[in-house]
Design a protein around this ligand. Structure first.
Ligand code: SF4
Length: 222
């Protein structure tokens, strides 16, 4: 942790969010549902991470469950006719594109990685449909690597809390590595995403916020 993290209350805020997390019933239930479907298996987790971009977790869970009933290995996914795969993914955003990403990813996993999902960031982001966020979520959840996965919630909240002052998630990721102690990197995604869904959303519910007193956001409202 560098000098720049001083005064940001990062540890204090994360420990409060960690305690509050269990009260965000709906969110916790959704996360549990996601875990039930992938059970931290690398292949299922990766496919779900691709499906999940710009899609609600509840929809991702349902659709993935359905997909894994039909096929749960790269080889089996490749056997599904394109139209059938698209139909299975139909309630997911950008389902046609994601169907193609999933098939291309499966092909690469078989041909280049002998059926094993890579645990290396640079290899992961070369897979179709896998961006920085997807790769980091995957590495942190499945291979338990110390990384910070930045999505729109993490980006928005880190800026409101003045942990960073950035214009996009990639910049946020870079800056968070400088100010967050390494042992907390994996916590950032889990707790800020849940907090963003439950309270500090696009229109924040500041009146019920457990870190109101610590929040430096100029537009916070009681
Ligand atoms: S006070 Fe409002 S803006 Fe600040 S963290 Fe809480 S919900 Fe977000």
């Amino acid at each position: 942790m560098g000098q720049s993290s001083q005064g940001k209350n990062i540890e204090k805020i994360l420990s409060i969010l960690k305690k509050e997390y269990k009260n965000w019933d709906e969110n916790v239930a959704t996360v549990k549902q996601m875990i039930k479907v992938h059970n931290f298996e690398p292949f299922k987790s990766l496919i779900m991470a691709i499906i999940s971009t710009q899609t609600k977790d509840s929809i991702t869970s349902k659709v993935s469950e359905k997909l894994f009933q039909i096929a749960n290995s790269p080889k089996e996914i490749l056997k599904i006719p394109d139209k059938e795969l698209e139909n299975t993914l139909k309630s997911v955003s950008f389902y046609k594109r994601k169907a193609k990403y999933i098939k291309d990813t499966c092909r690469i996993i078989i041909e280049e990685y002998k059926n094993k999902i890579p645990s290396n960031f640079d290899k992961l982001i070369k897979l179709p449909g896998v961006g920085r966020k997807v790769a980091n979520v995957f590495l942190s959840h499945v291979y338990k690597k110390d990384v910070i996965a930045v999505d729109t919630h993490v980006h928005r909240i880190s800026n409101r809390l003045k942990w960073v002052n950035t214009k996009n998630p990639n910049q946020t990721e870079k800056e968070l590595y400088k100010v967050v102690p390494k042992r907390l990197w994996r916590d950032i995604n889990l707790y800020l995403v849940a907090f963003g869904q439950a309270i500090c959303s696009y229109k924040p519910k500041c009146s019920i916020c457990p870190i109101y007193e610590l929040c430096p956001y100029e537009n916070k409202r009681l």
